[in-house]
Design a protein around this ligand. Structure first.
Ligand code: ZN
Length: 463
């Protein structure tokens, strides 16, 4: 039988199905079809049809529609529907291994930095250590480092962080590490400091210790970095072989930090459960290339529940510069639960929209978690979530002061072209928005960005 096989969207000729048909003594015509130009795809299909006069036209997945306009008399069409694709995908997943990864050790508590040297010795992490530190870490911790490293017999040097986790800064850290013959890299500061420490350590194949001084993101426990350009525009994710050797969180230091950073961390953590659930329901791979586990999903859920229960109290603790049990639980949610949840369950639209928003210069003064919180509203709109879900998220965001309108992330005005740029960036190839269980196009994201803003503004006027 002569078969005209029209391959699926973002597929190529010579796939499993046409090969199978050819191996079973059918003559298969399998032209290359463009992904983005439907008219062109139909015209190629028509030409192939006219030239070869096939007995059957097979349209696979999203090119099913291509087979309809092709003219022919009494021709059968076999439609290899998306259900088949889904079944194939599920079969592939049956073979996909579940992967859950975490740092080798997580230590948290008031004055935890006093124990940094001993913690490192316990893990056989010997010096010299290069400490990459942000400004407030240097101000708050220099004396404590001297004492703890001296007691542990670890030589150390401090490299002041340059301000952006960019390729240039990573190179500066690497040359400082070589200069000091560092055997271990210690990052002490906010998310970007820790991202830089992990990147430099991975390049030099050295162990890495992360000491977040703010609970502003879920980066500290992960085995990946977000790399920005020198101008602060999202550039890429980098993935590493392993998670940090030690994550040490000093809640006394975090209680001294700006309340807004703690709130930003809540924004990052707020998205974790929703993104994790979307990824698990869609059977997509997590950030480590495996299937999720019940454990990771349970931690993501606990993360959300902890935010709702302790977020407001923890914020008051930091406003008062005190460490309380509520702050301890909330810091654990922002840092450990959110970190393990996102990495081992996966990211979806919220983080992709964040990445899109970085393309708008107006958002550059806003923190990762603040933009993620807005990205989450966009995700919930895109997914058509129910009113009670939206209200619970809006109520919490408004209670702790997370942005729920565009104006609150620096986009009081959002011209059409810029909105388009943001939406295109959010839907770029390889973005986590494609973990949503439906096709996400830039126009849908643009609409959801505006709808989320309208929803946030309406919520504010209701209050
Ligand atoms: Zn994040």
């Amino acid at each position: 039988m002569k078969i005209l096989f029209l391959h699926g969207w973002q597929s190529v000729p010579g796939g499993v199905k046409p090969t199978y048909l050819a191996q079973h003594s059918h003559e298969v015509v399998n032209p290359k079809l463009p992904d983005e130009d439907f008219g062109e795809a139909v015209s190629i299909a028509q030409d192939e049809f006219d030239n070869h006069q096939p007995d059957v036209v097979v349209g696979s997945y999203r090119n099913i529609s291509c087979s309809w306009p092709v003219s022919g008399t009494r021709m059968s069409r076999i439609l290899s529907r998306s259900m088949t694709e889904r079944k194939n995908q599920r079969q592939k997943e049956d073979a996909m291994l579940s992967v859950f990864c975490f740092p080798s050790r997580y230590t948290q508590g008031k004055n935890a930095t006093d124990s940094l040297g001993q913690e490192m010795v316990g893990l056989r992490l010997r010096g010299p250590a290069l400490v990459i530190a942000g400004r407030s870490a240097i101000r708050l911790l220099t004396d404590t480092w001297k004492t703890t490293f001296r007691e542990a017999g670890i030589d150390h040097a401090v490299h002041p962080f340059g301000g952006e986790c960019s390729h240039a800064e990573i190179e500066r850290v690497k040359s400082a590490a070589r200069q000091h013959k560092a055997q271990v890299i210690v990052g002490a500061g906010g998310g970007k400091v820790l991202d830089t420490a992990r990147a430099a350590a991975a390049d030099l194949d050295l162990p890495v210790v992360n000491c977040p001084t703010v609970a502003s993101s879920d980066a500290p426990c992960s085995a990946l970095s977000v790399i920005y350009t020198e101008e602060g525009v999202f550039h890429e994710y980098r993935f590493y072989r392993k998670n940090p050797d030690l994550v040490l969180v000093d809640t006394r230091v975090i209680a001294q930090g700006p309340p807004r950073l703690l709130v930003a961390g809540m924004g990052d953590a707020l998205a974790t459960w929703f993104e994790a659930k979307t990824c698990v329901e869609g059977h997509v791979k997590n950030m480590r290339g495996g299937a999720s586990t019940q454990s990771a999903l349970a931690l993501a859920k606990l993360c959300y529940e902890t935010l709702l229960a302790d977020g407001a109290e923890a914020l008051r603790a930091v406003q008062t510069h005190v460490a309380t049990p509520a702050l301890e639980r909330l810091v654990e949610a922002n840092t450990l639960l959110s970190g393990l949840g996102f990495e081992s369950s996966g990211l979806a639209a919220a983080h992709a929209v964040h990445n899109g928003l970085t393309a708008a210069p107006g958002t550059h003064d806003y923190f990762h978690g603040e933009k993620v919180a807005y990205g989450l509203l966009v995700q919930l709109v895109l997914e058509g979530q129910s009113r009670p879900v939206l209200q619970q998220v809006l109520r919490f965001a408004a209670e702790v002061g997370l942005p729920i309108t565009l104006a609150e992330i620096g986009l009081k005005e959002l011209p059409k072209e810029l909105l388009h740029k943001v939406a295109s960036r959010a839907t770029a190839k390889g973005e986590t928005i494609h973990n949503e269980p439906f096709e996400v196009r830039p126009d849908m994201v643009a609409d959801a960005i505006l709808a989320a803003d309208a929803m946030g503004r309406a919520w504010k006027t209701m209050k």
